[in-house]
Design a binder for this molecule. Structure first.
Ligand code: BGC
Length: 514
């Protein structure tokens, strides 16, 4: 595929490039970074529903589960059990803050490498765990790994990708996340059938495979032109740009990168600067997008699908199987985003996906409420159970082509170089904090709010869809170092962006837009 592109955003420049094998291969390898996150997301729910695992580390939950229950909704409620799942995300939150400095000073690839390395050690702790302490230390190390990878990989992909395919390339990260989840769920399906302690050990220990993949990947990857310039290697950056864009006519893009880097050099403290009014749109978006992504309630399904399905009366094998089905639907649906995000744009996907999630969540809440009652002692027949699984699949598909990939893409592409690493660290930290909160509170919320939990998340999905409609400008096809112009042209955010940041006034931009 050759040639430039026509941008619909007023005042935004066009670059020349071809889609080269090099950019394709580097982004493919870079996206491996999502595997460790995904593997972990997918493995935890299954492992926490395995009897030998519960018996060894959480005997209280095991006993509670074995005994007759009055209220199915409260069957798995245990703070300690959820701490196993959620501790990782607190660790990831902390490490993403360090990762931003490493990403900025040493380049994106070294953060990825460190991510793989700590994840590798964590997987060994978990696979060989003898007691709860080893289990939790392992989880924390895995969390450090996830924080480093999630901070660096989306930025890496967005910087490498040609502007008009940035969405598709960046969505490779989400594809890798979901691929990791699906593989983990399949592994759990088989290991759950093993006798004794070997099953959960294999599940947790195999996390070393994606860890090794990202470590090797990071070693062979080149760094992005943006990062090379930022670190003073302008000539190397030019060469890199030529080879990934497949043309010698890179002057304009190169100049934009140099300008962006010059501007970013004025900024000594990215963390202090991101608080300045001119970065308000980025600050608000990098806080709200991950917050909303988690408040879609997706991780109730990701972590606890097997537990949720068991609560609804499925057998443990049927639960893992249903979790596998929802995972595969999520993977396939993510490709819808890959193929449409640069054509239809981010907003269309956000809005359509939001409406789909909203409707399916309300339907799930009603179904469970009617069939299962508030006491949680009702019974769900086979057909009703199938309908609930189908509704969950519709919900998951909606997430998979909207908030899933876009929750990583948009924050990684909207910030100028001088605050990009800090902004991405905020994105990861907020995402991890709310992942932690949902993971930590879900079982208790299910116990108390019962089917109302689905209405709770539906309210947030409604609010976030309105938020996107009003506040997020379209960023498809806009070169990453030209993003200020998009903010400047926005009805609300325009007032925060000084004229000199775009070299043209808002009035001029709006005039061009007409
Ligand atoms: C989210 C995760 C979620 C995953 C799979 C990611 O984009 O950040 O929290 O578990 O998608 O659904």
């Amino acid at each position: 595929m050759a040639g430039g592109f026509v941008s619909q955003t007023p005042g935004v420049r066009n670059y020349n490039y071809k889609l080269t094998p090099k950019v394709f291969v580097t982004c493919f390898i870079g996206a491996f970074g999502g595997l460790i996150f995904g593997y972990d997301l997918g493995i935890s729910g299954g492992v926490t529903s395995m009897d030998p695992f519960l018996e060894k580390f959480f005997p209280y939950v095991y006993q509670k589960r074995k005994n007759a229950h009055e209220n199915e909704y409260c069957r798995f409620d245990s703070e300690l059990l959820t701490l196993f799942t959620s501790s990782l995300y607190l660790a990831a939150l902390v490490s993403s803050l360090f990762a931003s400095t490493i990403t900025r000073i040493f380049g994106r690839k070294w953060s990825m490498f460190l991510g793989g390395f700590t994840f590798f050690i964590g997987s060994a702790f978990n696979g060989f765990a003898q007691n709860l302490a080893m289990l939790l230390i392992g989880r924390i190390l895995l969390g450090f790994g996830v924080g480093f990878a999630n901070q660096s990989v989306p930025v890496y992909l967005s910087e490498m990708a040609p502007p008009n395919l940035r969405g598709a390339f960046n969505n490779g990260f989400q594809v890798a996340i979901i691929f990791g989840i699906v593989v983990a769920t399949i592994i759990n399906y088989f290991t759950a059938q093993m006798k004794g302690n070997i099953g959960w050990r294999i599940s947790l220990g195999l996390a070393c495979v994606p860890a090794v993949m990202i470590m090797i990947g990071a070693l062979v990857l080149p760094d992005t032109p943006n990062s090379l310039i930022e670190r003073g290697f302008a000539e190397e950056a030019k060469e890199m740009l030529r080879s990934i864009r497949g043309t010698d006519e890179i002057e304009e893009e190169f100049q934009d990168l140099i300008d962006a880097s010059e501007e970013s050099k004025q900024v000594k403290h990215p963390w202090k600067n991101i608080m300045l009014p001119r970065y308000r749109p980025q600050l608000i978006m990098t806080c709200f997008i991950p917050f909303f992504q988690q408040l879609t309630g997706i991780n109730v399904i990701t972590f606890y699908a097997p537990v949720l399905f068991q609560t609804l009366g499925f057998g443990s094998k049927a639960s893992l199987l249903s979790a596998m089905v929802t995972g595969i639907i999520e993977l396939l649906s993510t490709f819808v985003a890959v193929f449409t995000v640069d054509r239809f744009g981010r907003r269309v996907l956000f809005l359509q996906g939001g409406i789909q999630m909203l409707i399916s969540q309300i339907a799930i809440g009603i179904m469970i409420g009617v069939k299962f009652g508030t006491a949680g002692t009702g019974n769900i027949g086979k057909t009703d159970a199938d309908v609930i699984v189908a509704l969950i699949c519709i919900y998951v598909a909606g997430f998979a082509w909207s908030w899933g990939p876009l929750g990583w893409l948009v924050p990684s592409e909207i910030s100028p170089l001088e605050i990009r690493s800090a902004a991405q660290a905020i994105n990861v930290a907020v995402n991890m904090f709310f992942t932690f909160l949902v993971a930590q509170l879900f079982l208790t919320m299910l116990c108390h709010m019962k089917f109302g939990l689905f209405f709770f998340f539906a309210v947030f999905v409604f609010v976030m869809t309105i938020f996107i409609y009003l506040m997020l400008p379209e960023t498809k096809n806009v070169p990453i170092e030209e993003m200020n112009r998009v903010w400047k042209a926005h009805w609300f955010w325009g007032r925060f962006i000084p004229d000199e940041a775009v070299g043209v006034s808002a009035a001029e931009l709006q005039q061009k837009a007409v």
